[in-house]
Design a binder for this molecule. Structure first.
Ligand SMILES: *[C@@H]1O[C@H](CO)[C@@H](O)[C@H](O)[C@H]1NC(C)=O
Ligand SMILES: *[C@@H]1O[C@H](CO)[C@@H](O)[C@H](O)[C@H]1NC(C)=O
Ligand SMILES: *[C@@H]1O[C@H](CO)[C@@H](O)[C@H](O)[C@H]1NC(C)=O
Ligand SMILES: *[C@@H]1O[C@H](CO)[C@@H](O)[C@H](O)[C@H]1NC(C)=O
Ligand SMILES: *[C@@H]1O[C@H](CO)[C@@H](O)[C@H](O)[C@H]1NC(C)=O
Ligand SMILES: *[C@@H]1O[C@H](CO)[C@@H](O)[C@H](O)[C@H]1NC(C)=O
Ligand SMILES: *[C@@H]1O[C@H](CO)[C@@H](O)[C@H](O)[C@H]1NC(C)=O
Ligand SMILES: *[C@@H]1O[C@H](CO)[C@@H](O)[C@H](O)[C@H]1NC(C)=O
Ligand SMILES: *[C@@H]1O[C@H](CO)[C@@H](O)[C@H](O)[C@H]1NC(C)=O
Length: 501
C-alpha cells in the first residue's frame, strides 16, 4: 500500500484545487438566493439555509455545540460564530435530520416534519387556504408566514414568539400586542434551547419595570421604573459612551392595547443583542469581529449569586468563581452531565441518606444525625424562626426533632431550613457573610477515619494551593510591569468594545 502512495505533483495539486473550487461553487444551487419557503421548495437539512434579502439573517437547521439534536433556527448570516437568535422547535428537538424538513403543509401552516411525516412543530394558524402561503425570512430577523400573493399580509410572525434574545426593532412588552409569549426565556443549558427557569418580563402588574424571574414565580431583579430616559436601577444606561454617541435609543410605548419597549441601534453595521443567559443574567452584548466573539457591554444582576436558585438545592454559590456553584459537603451533583454543561438548577443530592429519620418518615430510628458547620455565608431568606429555642443547643434539637429540617443557624435567634436548601451563598471571598449555617448530615459522614483522611488530603491540598498562589503572585508581578502596553492597544478599539460593567 505504502509504495503506491506517490507524492502529488504541483500540477495535480493545482488541478485538485480547481476541481474543489468548481465543486464548492456548483453545489448549493439556490445558495444565498432564496429567502422564501414555499410548498414546492421545502427546506431539508442537506440544503443551504434560507437567507434574508440583504443577507443579514439565515434560517435553517443547526446543532448547538456538543448537542446530538438538530433545531430550526435563525442566526446572523455574516458573522463567523453561529449565534442563534431564535429557535422554532425549542421543545421538540430533531433526532433524525436526514428525513426532517421545514415546509409549508397542506393546511397552509409552516411546519417541521420528521420521518413519520407528523409535524413536530407548526405555526398552528387555523382557517388558512392551502397552497396560498409562503414563509419568508426578513432582514429584521423576523420569520413570517404570509400570503404568497402579497407577502405584506402576515398571518404569523416569529416576533410574536419570543426566544431568549431581544433584537433591535423587536417589542418586549405585555398586553394584546403579541399572540404568544411576552417573556424572554433563557435556554436550559448552552447545548439545549429548551426553555430554562430564568426569564424576563415587563411587570404584569402594570408598572414600567422589567422583572427577572425564576420559574415565572420568583422575582430576583428589577430594572426599576422607566424615567423617560433610563430605568431607575440602571442609571449607567444614559451615562454610557454608547448613549452619549446616540448609538442606541430606547422607546416606551404605553398604548391602549398594551405596553412595550423597543430599541434601535442607529448604526446599522453594529450588531447588538439582549439575551437572558443560561446563568440567569440579562446580557447586552455587541459583536466584535476582530475578537471573533460577543463582547459583554452590560449585564445584570452584576453579582452572579444574586440570581435566584442559580445553584439549586444543597449547593452553595460562590461569587467571582467559575463555575459559581459547588455542592455542599456530603452532597454530589444530582445530574452531572447537565451540571457540567452549566445547568446547576437541579442542585445536589446526599451521598448518604439521613439515618436518624429512617426510610419511612421517622419510624425506623437510626444513628443520630450530625451537623457540618459552614461559616461566612449569606443565609437564605426563607428560614423559619423558632422563637422557643433560647440557645444553640435548643436550636439544634429543634432541627433534629423534625425530619424535614436540613439546616439551622443560631445567633441570638434560631432559624431552621426545611427540605431543599436553596440560595446559600459563600461570602468568604468577599468579606464576612451574615452568619454561620449548620448543615444536617448522616452521622457516618463524620467517621473519624474519614475525617483523618480528609484532613491529610486537606493539608496536602493547602500546601499545593499555597505554592500555586506564590507562583501566581510572581506571575502577576511580572505581567503588571508589561501591562501598560496592553492598555494602549485596548484604547484604540472602538468605543463599544469597552464594557462598563
Ligand atoms: C463542548 O465540548 C468541548 C469539549 O468537551 C468544551 O470545551 C466546550 O466548552 C463545550 N461547549 C459547550 C457549549 O458546552
Ligand atoms: C417524529 O415525531 C413524532 C411526534 O413528535 C415522534 O413521536 C416520533 O418519534 C418522531 N420520529 C422520529 C424518527 O424522530
Ligand atoms: C395548535 O393549537 C391547538 C389549540 O390552539 C393546540 O391544542 C395544539 O397543541 C397546537 N399544536 C401545535 C403543534 O402547536
Ligand atoms: C398587499 O397588502 C397590503 C397590506 O394589506 C396592502 O396595503 C397592499 O396594497 C397589498 N398589495 C397588493 C399588490 O395587493
Ligand atoms: C403584583 O400584584 C400581585 C397581586 O396584587 C402581588 O401579589 C405581586 O407581588 C405583585 N408583583 C409585583 C412584582 O409587584
Ligand atoms: C414552579 O412554578 C410552578 C407553578 O408555576 C409550581 O407549581 C412549582 O412548584 C414551581 N417549582 C418550584 C421548584 O418551586
Ligand atoms: C415602580 O412604580 C410603582 C408605582 O408606579 C411602584 O409601586 C414601584 O415600587 C416602583 N418600582 C421601583 C423599583 O421603584
Ligand atoms: C386596539 O385594538 C383594537 C381592536 O383590535 C383596534 O381597533 C385599535 O385600533 C387598537 N388601538 C391601538 C391604539 O392600537
Ligand atoms: C416539620 O417542619 C415543617 C415545616 O415547618 C412542618 O410543616 C411540619 O409539620 C414539621 N413536622 C413535625 C413532625 O413537626
Amino acid at each position: 500500500m505504502a509504495s503506491s502512495m506517490t507524492p502529488l505533483s504541483p500540477a495535480s495539486i493545482y488541478v485538485l484545487f480547481v476541481i474543489a473550487l468548481v465543486a464548492l461553487h456548483g453545489a448549493p444551487l439556490r445558495a444565498g438566493a432564496a429567502d422564501t419557503l414555499s410548498v414546492d421548495q421545502p427546506l431539508p437539512v442537506s440544503q443551504e439555509p434560507l437567507v434574508s434579502k440583504s443577507g443579514k439573517f439565515a434560517l435553517g437547521f443547526f446543532q448547538p455545540d456538543n448537542s446530538t439534536y438538530w433545531y430550526i433556527g435563525i442566526w446572523y448570516n455574516k458573522i463567523s460564530k453561529k449565534t442563534p437568535v431564535w429557535v422554532a422547535n425549542r421543545d421538540s428537538p430533531i433526532s433524525s435530520p436526514q428525513s426532517s424538513r421545514l415546509t409549508i403543509s397542506s393546511d397552509g401552516n409552516m411546519v417541521i416534519t420528521n420521518n413519520s411525516r407528523s409535524a413536530i412543530w407548526s405555526t398552528n394558524i387555523s382557517n388558512i387556504a392551502s397552497g396560498q402561503t409562503v414563509g419568508v425570512i426578513l432582514d429584521t430577523r423576523n420569520l413570517v408566514l404570509a400570503l404568497a400573493s402579497n407577502t405584506s399580509v402576515v398571518l404569523w410572525q416569529s416576533f410574536d414568539h419570543l426566544g431568549d434574545t431581544w433584537l433591535p426593532g423587536g417589542k418586549l412588552g405585555r398586553g394584546k400586542l403579541t399572540d404568544g409569549s411576552t417573556r424572554l426565556v433563557a435556554w436550559k443549558t448552552y447545548n439545549d434551547p429548551a426553555p430554562g427557569p430564568f426569564s424576563i418580563v415587563l411587570d404584569p402588574n402594570g408598572t414600567s419595570q422589567y422583572l427577572l424571574m425564576w420559574n415565572s414565580t420568583q422575582q430576583y431583579w428589577t430594572t426599576g421604573n422607566w424615567t423617560g430616559r433610563s430605568f431607575t436601577a440602571v442609571p449607567e444606561m444614559i451615562s454610557s459612551d454608547a448613549y452619549a454617541h446616540s448609538l442606541y435609543r430606547f422607546d416606551y410605548v404605553n398604548g391602549a392595547n398594551g405596553s412595550y419597549f423597543t430599541y434601535e441601534i442607529t448604526d446599522d453595521s453594529i450588531l447588538m443583542r439582549f439575551q437572558v443567559d443560561v446563568t440567569g443574567q440579562i446580557r447586552f452584548t455587541t459583536w466584535v469581529e476582530s475578537a471573533g466573539g460577543w463582547t459583554l457591554f452590560w449585564s445584570q444582576p452584576k453579582a452572579q449569586c444574586d440570581v435566584y436558585s442559580l445553584c439549586g438545592p444543597f449547593s452553595v454559590c460562590v461569587d467571582n468563581s467559575q463555575p459559581s456553584c459547588r455542592c455542599l459537603r456530603g452532597f454530589r451533583e444530582r445530574r452531572l452531565q447537565a451540571w457540567l454543561e452549566g445547568d446547576h438548577t437541579e442542585g445536589c443530592s446526599r451521598n448518604t441518606a439521613l439515618q436518624q429519620c429512617g426510610l419511612q418518615g421517622g419510624t425506623r430510628k437510626g444513628k443520630k444525625d450530625r451537623f457540618y458547620v459552614m461559616p461566612n455565608v449569606k443565609l437564605p431568606s426563607d428560614g423559619q424562626d423558632v422563637v422557643a429555642a433560647q440557645n444553640a443547643r435548643d436550636c439544634e434539637l429543634a432541627c433534629l426533632g423534625n425530619c424535614s429540617c436540613t439546616a439551622y443557624s443560631y445567633s441570638g435567634s434560631c432559624w431552621l431550613w426545611h427540605d431543599g436548601l436553596i440560595n446559600l451563598r459563600d461570602m468568604s471571598s468577599i468579606g464576612n457573610g451574615d452568619g454561620t449555617i449548620l448543615i444536617r448530615l448522616a452521622a457516618s459522614e463524620f467517621t473519624s477515619t474519614g475525617n483523618k483522611k480528609k484532613l491529610i488530603v486537606g493539608v496536602v491540598a493547602a500546601a499545593v494551593v499555597a505554592a500555586i498562589t506564590v507562583i501566581a503572585l510572581v506571575a502577576v508581578f511580572i505581567l503588571r510591569s508589561r501591562r501598560i502596553s496592553g492598555h494602549q492597544i485596548m484604547g484604540k478599539s472602538r468605543i463599544l468594545t469597552r464594557p462598563y460593567v
